[in-house]
Each structure stands twice: as structure tokens, then as C-alpha cells.
Design a protein around this ligand. Structure first.
Ligand SMILES: *Cc1c(COP(=O)(O)O)cnc(C)c1O
Length: 388
């Protein structure tokens, strides 16, 4: 293979056209709800500014992040759509968010007051969204705390310190379709939103659904859906994302060394794998420090020459070994750890299932040593080719 990939021992090509196209298709399917593309955690490992721009190209109305520093990176990259910080962080960064016109979240009276005070100092109102805890029991105001949070926001709004732009909550069990808590949380959020609006707040958006909720429970879509996994072609639903979404990240490596060994050869730390016949072993220069979990040992999660091959023995910090049998692979040859699955290669979904986790943990875990590359190749998919 020619091109910039030649310089890399391993790389994670990111298909930005797939992200743009996933967003465009999702937007059509959400019955008019606005789409917030969630690009926290470096765009789920895909690159926050690249993923954010691709999502906006695809029609994302909002972007969602966790930290203010993530939001300011997007602004510095020229992103002008509304951006919401999803976690209510009592940090010194409120002033930065206010200056960048980024929406903050608060679920406590003290945080509403801190944000109002930061806005006073900035001489400019903060955009503020209030978060209700409707049953996830993580961040946000409980039912008992909600009236006081609404009162504090109303007072700050009356003083010109904040503008309450949104009300939101988050599901606990949306990836278990039909779980009774999903409808119960939606009903509780409706009560919280009604309370706030009767008290005098006029939010632009009310939202509760993540990828799993938006895909499986249409009543939860409300004014806006917050889609993370779906925009990258992933989901936490059993079986992964629907086929009309396309996974955007691929992970490849070049064999660093190849050797022929006799039967009875112990391989890698602990000799947990011992060859049963003369065989060809290839060294893959990726390890658990790059996000290849140690639990992957023994699993047929590497593809080369159109076939799957098992990880032979312990995954080390920077490398692991693959048993290629009598296949005449050579050093420098490319292997695929995961991709969209077009050619039978594993997907991040399959890695997650094999390791007892979700695809999100796989893609966000790919370390900073693995360069993300952006070829902007044409997207392939069931609904036709789309140029980015
Ligand atoms: C991460 C996150 C999302 C996106 O969840 P997905 O399952 O990736 O769609 C939505 N809302 C909140 C509050 C989040 O933290």
C-alpha cells in the first residue's frame, strides 16, 4: 500500500464520510427532532475536531462534549453550532464556556449560582441547561431537589446572568429495550419539564434520548436526541448498531516480524500458548497500552489475507503474536484488527462482545500512539455512495 500509511506501524483510519452520512441518515429518521452529535472523549477516539466537523457536515444541529476544554477546542476549530457540556463540573472553566458561547449544565443550586457569578464577572449571560435525575442516579437534580434548582435558575435569569436554553435527563437502561425504567424516566422527565415551564422557564430544547433510546423508543426523541455511538456506526444495543449505520473506525497494523517455529514452542509471556505443529508466527506491534486488551488472548480477532487468525498467547504492553499456521505471511504485511466488517474482518462490536464489554470501550481505548488517519474515502453502504 502506498501513501502516508507507510510511515505507521499501526494506524486507525477514520472514515469521516461515514460519520457525515450516519448523521444525515439519523437526522432523516428522527422525525424532525434535532440531532446533537456527541463528540466527547476525543470523538469516541475518532478525533474530536474531525468528528465534530464531519457531524456538522452531515447536518448535526448541536455538538455535545463533557469538558469545557473539549468545547473550546471545537470553537477554535471553527465550529459555530451550539455546543453543550454534558457534565455538571464545578471547575474554574465556566468563564471560558461563557466566552465561547457554550452551554453549561447544572443540576444543583450551588452550580447554578457559580455559573451565574461567573457570568456576572464576564458581563455576559451564560447559556445554561438544567439536568434532572429521573432515575439514572448519576448527575442531575433529584425530584426533591428540582424545584430549588429551577428557582435558582429563574432568579439568575431574572438578573440577566443566565439564559436557560434547555432541560434534560439521561436514561439508565435504554440499551435494554422495553425495560420499564425507560418509559418511567421519560414520564418523570415530562413532569420535571412541565414544572420548570409552569414556573416560567422557556427552554429551546428538552432532551433525554441517547443512541439506544432514540433508536428503540421514538417517544423519547422529544426536541433533540443526543447521539454518540450512532454517529460512529456503533451502539450499546444487543447486536450493535443497525446495518444502515456504518462503523467509522478501522484499526490496522503491519507485522513487525515473522518467524517459523517448531511444534512445542511456548509463545509470549507465561508461555500460555504452545504451538502444536510447525507454524508461522507474526508479531503485531500493538499491545494493551494501545488499547488491545489482555483478555483478547486466544481469540481469532485478527484478519489477514481474507481470513481470521488467533492471537497466540499473552497480549503484551506494545505487541502480541498471531499464529498464521502455514500461511506465508511476511514482515510489513498489513493485518486488520477491526473495521466496518465489509470483508469479514472483526468489528469493534465483535471485539466488545468477545471481551465482555461494549464497542465504545474498544474504540475510546485505542491509545494516542496509534495515529488516526483521515483519507476521506468514499463511504460504501446500503443506501448508495456519498462523497464527503
Ligand atoms: C455519552 C452521552 C450520550 C451519548 O450516548 P450514546 O449511547 O453514545 O449515544 C448522551 N448523553 C449523555 C449525557 C452522555 O453522557
Amino acid at each position: 500500500m502506498d501513501g502516508p500509511g507507510d510511515r505507521y506501524h499501526a494506524q486507525a483510519p477514520v472514515d469521516l464520510a461515514a460519520i457525515a452520512r450516519n448523521v444525515a441518515i439519523l437526522r432523516q429518521r428522527m422525525n424532525g427532532s434535532q440531532v446533537m452529535a456527541v463528540v466527547k472523549a476525543d470523538g469516541y477516539g475518532h478525533g474530536i475536531t474531525q468528528a465534530g466537523r464531519a457531524a456538522v457536515d452531515g447536518g448535526a444541529d448541536w455538538l455535545g462534549v463533557v469538558h469545557v476544554a473539549e468545547a473550546t477546542r471545537l470553537r477554535e476549530a471553527g465550529v459555530t453550532v451550539p455546543v453543550l457540556c454534558l457534565m455538571a463540573l464545578a471547575e474554574g472553566a465556566h468563564a471560558d464556556a461563557i466566552a465561547a458561547g457554550v452551554d453549561l449544565t447544572a443540576g444543583t443550586v450551588s452550580l447554578v449560582r457559580q455559573i451565574a457569578a461567573a457570568a456576572s464577572r464576564a458581563g455576559r449571560p451564560a447559556r445554561l441547561q438544567l439536568k434532572a435525575d429521573t432515575g439514572l442516579t448519576r448527575g442531575g437534580a433529584t425530584r426533591a431537589e428540582w424545584p430549588a434548582v429551577v428557582d435558582a435558575a429563574l432568579a439568575a435569569q431574572a438578573d440577566g446572568q443566565v439564559r436557560v436554553t434547555g432541560l434534560w435527563s439521561h436514561f439508565a437502561c435504554a440499551d435494554d429495550p422495553g425495560h420499564p425504567s425507560v418509559a418511567a424516566q421519560l414520564a418523570r422527565f415530562g413532569e420535571a419539564a412541565d414544572y420548570a415551564e409552569k414556573a416560567g422557564l422557556t427552554p429551546e430544547v428538552r432532551h433525554i434520548a441517547n443512541t439506544a433510546g432514540a433508536l428503540t423508543f421514538p417517544p423519547s426523541r422529544l426536541d433533540l436526541v443526543r447521539l454518540g455511538g450512532a454517529i460512529y456506526g456503533l451502539s450499546t444495543l444487543p447486536g450493535g448498531a443497525p446495518g444502515w449505520l456504518r462503523p467509522a473506525m478501522t484499526l490496522t497494523a503491519r507485522l513487525a516480524q515473522v518467524k517459523r517455529v517448531p511444534p512445542g514452542t511456548g509463545v509470549s509471556y507465561g508461555h500460555r500458548y504452545v504451538t502444536t505443529a510447525e507454524t508461522t508466527l507474526g508479531l503485531v506491534p500493538l499491545g494493551y497500552a494501545d488499547g488491545v486488551p489482555r483478555g483478547a488472548a486466544g481469540r481469532p480477532l485478527v484478519q489477514a489475507r481474507g481470513r481470521r487468525w488467533p492471537i497466540a498467547g499473552t497480549v503484551c504492553m506494545d505487541q502480541f503474536v498471531v499464529d498464521f499456521g502455514d500461511e506465508p505471511v511476511s514482515a510489513g504485511e498489513e493485518v486488520v484488527l477491526f473495521g466496518p466488517g465489509d470483508d469479514g474482518e472483526p468489528t469493534a462490536q465483535e471485539w466488545g462482545e468477545a471481551l465482555g464489554t461494549i464497542s465504545y470501550e474498544i474504540v475510546t481505548g485505542i491509545g494516542g500512539r496509534v495515529p488516526r488517519t483521515y483519507a476521506r474515502a468514499q463511504a460504501r453502504g446500503p443506501e448508495g455512495d456519498v462523497d464527503a
